[in-house]
Design a protein around this ligand. Sequence first.
Ligand SMILES: [Zn+2]
Length: 118
Amino acid sequence: MKKPLHSNKKKRVMSAVIALFGVCILVACIMLTRNVTDISQTAKIVIIASGCIVLVTALVISVILDREVCRFKCQKCGHQFKPTLTAYLIGAHFPMKRHLKCPNCGEHGYCRVKIYEK
Ligand SMILES: [Zn+2]
C-alpha cells in the first residue's frame, strides 16, 4: 500500500506542478501563434502576453508555496532556517539544494532542503 505524503510535501510537489503548468501554457501559446496563420499580429501578441501572465502568476504561486514549506539546513553548522524572499529568489538551486547564506554562521553554500513540519 502506498504511504500518504505529508501535506507540506504535497504542497512542494504542487508548487512544482504549478510552475510546470505555467511553462506548458506559455509554450502552448507560442506554438499556437506559430502554427495558426490566419490570425492578426495583434491577436498573436495578446495570446503570447496572456501566456506570459499565466507563467508569471504560476511562478509567483509556486515560489510562495515552496518557500512556505521549506527550511534549509546549513552544511557547516546544521542550523535550519527560512531564507528571505530575496535570498530565496536569487539563490542558484537544484531540486533539493539552494545556494544561501546561513544567518547563524554566515557561511555561503548549498543548503539542503528540509520540508517544514509543524
Ligand atoms: Zn551555518
